[in-house]
Design a protein around this ligand. Structure first.
Ligand SMILES: N[C@@H](CCC(=O)N[C@@H](CS)C(=O)NCC(=O)O)C(=O)O
Length: 196
């Protein structure tokens, strides 16, 4: 059985949601970032980490894509044009959503206080408003890549949830309605329940 190290309030939630989508049972080792529990598995103290047998995997997006490939769901197959486009969407979300939210977190509570530049947050919020508008335009089907749910959908919705918690500007109605629909999925609700 998989062992997931992390807390639902962190990027570990994405992996919890993915495991639920795949119907894969997992043990959750509750570990806050930089906690002794996190460091026991990942010396950097970063979460999430996933134990697959004896192998320790890190980075939420790498783990989600690994699980999707391994179990043959929520992804286009490697080496296809569809996969190249899916990966492009994934990396765009990392650049334009995750990185912005992470930068805001760093300047709110991650960095030592004397290295925080709170003023940067207004610029990050404006950038998020622009890029969430772009995502809304890119959303053409029921899911980001069309008819089927894929890894980028989980990443995007997790980032939208994170943006709400961080007090970022609300996404537009189209994106908001879409994200609300994905939050109604059984797998999302199951992941929420595991983290509660
Ligand atoms: N790119 C990594 C980032 C992981 C990460 O930075 N996680 C945060 C919690 S959401 C953390 O553990 N931070 C502690 C630190 O950076 O020292 C991923 O997606 O897993």
């Amino acid at each position: 059985m998989y062992k997931l190290i992390g807390a639902a309030q962190t990027r570990a939630f994405r992996v919890m949601w993915m495991l639920e989508e795949l119907g894969q049972p997992f043990d959750l080792v509750p570990a806050k970032p930089r906690s002794p529990e996190a460091m026991e598995y990942n010396p950097s103290g970063k979460v999430p980490a996933l134990l697959d047998g004896d192998e320790l995997l890190t980075d939420s997006v790498a783990i989600m894509q690994y699980l999707a490939d391994k179990h043959g769901a929520l992804t286009a197959p490697a080496g296809t044009i569809a996969r190249a486009r899916q990966d492009a969407m994934l990396f765009w979300l990392i650049d334009e959503f995750d990185a912005i939210l992470w930068a805001a977190a760093k300047h709110s509570f991650v960095f030592p206080e004397d290295q925080r530049v709170p003023a940067i947050k207004d610029s990050l919020k404006a950038e998020f408003a622009r890029t969430s508008g772009q995502l809304s335009e890119r959303l053409q089907g029921p899911f980001l890549m069309g008819e089927e749910i894929t890894v980028p959908d989980l990443l995007a919705v997790h980032c939208i949830n994170w943006s709400i918690g961080a007090g970022f500007p609300a996404v537009d109605d189209k994106l908001g309605t879409w994200a609300a629909g994905l939050r109604k999925r059984d797998a999302f609700k199951a992941a929420k329940a595991r983290g509660a």
